[in-house]
Write a protein that binds this ligand. Structure first.
Ligand code: NAD
Length: 439
């Protein structure tokens, strides 16, 4: 099938490439000329494990192309996917300008039988509004399907090719049939293809992200409470996780959720509720708890240094909002860095993949180290913000020898408190017994 993918970000690039790998002829379109040039030369603008190799293979096989010229390719396409960004606006609602610009851009070239598939996360009612706009521009009815994406950055290729489920919202069963053909290679009895109405599909994406965000804020709140009553969230987590009604997934305390989805989607859902004259109290609190959680690392650090942060040298390990990605959107590390800059601390950072993105935001206000141990040289404290694999079993003796003060704030609870303390560190985790003042 000839497919056009509008937008080559984390979602568009992964989706386009995987659909090409499964035999379709895919052209990915982006307005960012630099991105397209890079992709045409066989390199990729993001870090996503396994993706570059797949892109090379599909491009070589002649099934994957990149262009900035949508008009040249849209007329041939049976399905045109829209995977552009829907970032947050100042009032918390989703900014739909890119998705409408993309839809308007393809309208003149859409073939009679083309289906427009909206992969971007959009508030309820958007797909219908896009259909209305396309009808105005083409003078005929155009099929629009909602096909929310559930992939996770860092294992996006795997998630796309082994989905828990595929959700499509349609108005006509024929459109669902076409999309089932597209997704057939990835479906089986345990990976169902769920057909529903447009509004339900749009809501499914928000409800999924709001639920996961709620779990994170919940466990963070419980971790903060554990600290204050001398309980240990690790023990409590096990105590609840074996209950099959609860389970362990997404119940890890930390420095708050970030990324390009949870924060904006929770806020957008609050706005969707407001537009429907409904007060989504729980979601507002989930967002508030998360915003507060992002300040916890700074507070713990300040506590350990007796409130004297100006001029202190602080090492930050991990900048991406989670491991296995270079994405720093809404990352807890950035909140910490901004607070440290404000009080005049010296900041040395290290991350396996996200340093360039951080450098483009903070420039020479930070010191960047490819070698994480170099970031520790003479440091008054280390804060771990992202649980990259290479930070999990560090050389404790080397860390201890490098630092001026052996203070470690473990924002992801990856290190063993007893082991750290036995190695001479003042260790502080999230919700773990010992708290900020324990030695
Ligand atoms: P992104 O910001 O990484 O990429 C969007 C791309 O679209 C950019 O390259 C931009 O240049 C391009 N673009 C914008 N307008 C365009 C136009 N008119 N024509 C062609 N290209 C255009 O975004 P993303 O992270 O891939 O997210 C895309 C959507 O998918 C969002 O709605 C997001 O909420 C949703 N989503 C994201 C993830 C994720 O993990 N990133 C997961 C599921 C869903």
């Amino acid at each position: 099938m000839k497919i056009v993918m509008i937008g080559t970000g984390y979602v568009g690039l992964v989706t386009g490439t995987c659909l090409s790998e499964s035999g379709n002829d895919v052209t990915c379109v982006d307005i960012d000329e630099k991105k397209v040039e890079l992709l045409q030369s066989g390199r990729i603008p993001i870090y996503e494990p396994g993706l570059e190799e797949l892109i090379r293979r599909c491009s070589k096989a002649g099934r994957l192309h990149f262009t900035t010229d949508a008009a040249a390719v849209v007329s041939e396409a049976r399905a045109v996917f829209l995977a552009v960004g829907t970032p947050q606006q100042d009032d918390g609602s989703a900014d739909l300008s890119d998705i409408f610009a993309a839809a308007e851009g393809i309208a003149p070239d859409l073939s009679e039988d083309a289906v427009v598939v909206v992969k971007s996360t959009v508030p309820v009612g958007t797909n219908r509004r896009i259909a209305v706009r396309l009808r105005e521009l083409t003078g005929r009815s155009v099929d629009v399907a909602s096909n929310p994406e559930f992939l996770k950055e860092g294992c996006a290729v795997d998630d796309f090719t082994k989905p828990d489920r595929v959700v499509v919202g349609v108005d006509r069963p024929e459109v669902a049939e076409l999309l089932k053909e597209v997704y057939e290679p990835y479906l089986d009895a345990e990976r169902p293809f769920l057909v529903m109405g447009l509004e339900s599909a749009e809501m499914t994406k928000y409800v999924a992200n709001c639920f996961l965000a709620t779990k994170i804020s919940f466990i963070n709140e419980m971790a903060n409470l554990c600290e204050r009553v001398d309980a240990d969230i690790d023990e409590v987590r096990k105590g609840i996780g074996y209950d099959r009604r609860i389970g362990f997934s997404f119940l890890y305390p930390g420095a708050g959720y970030g990324g390009s989805c949870f924060p904006k989607d929770v806020r957008a859902a609050v706005r969707v509720a407001e537009a429907a004259q409904f007060d989504a109290n729980l979601l507002k609190v989930v967002d508030e708890v998360n915003t507060r959680q992002k300040h916890v690392l700074f507070e713990k650090l300040s506590d350990c240094l007796g409130g004297k942060l100006p001029g202190r040298r602080v090492a930050v390990w991990g900048l991406a909002f989670k491991p296995q990605t270079d994405d720093i959107r809404e990352a807890p590390a950035l909140v910490l860095i901004r607070q440290l800059l404000k009080v005049g601390a010296e900041i040395r950072v290290s991350d396996p993949e996200a340093m360039e993105n951080v450098r483009s935001e903070f420039g020479d206000r930070l010191l960047y180290h490819d070698d994480p141990y170099a970031a520790l040289d003479g440091a008054d404290a280390l804060v771990l913000c992202t649980e990259w694999e290479n930070f999990r079993s560090p050389d404790l003796a080397r860390m201890f020898a490098s630092m001026r003060r052996p203070i470690v704030i473990d924002g992801r609870n990856v290190w063993e408190p007893e082991e750290m303390r036995a190695s001479g560190f003042k260790y502080v985790g999230i919700g773990r017994r010992g708290g900020a003042s324990a030695g």
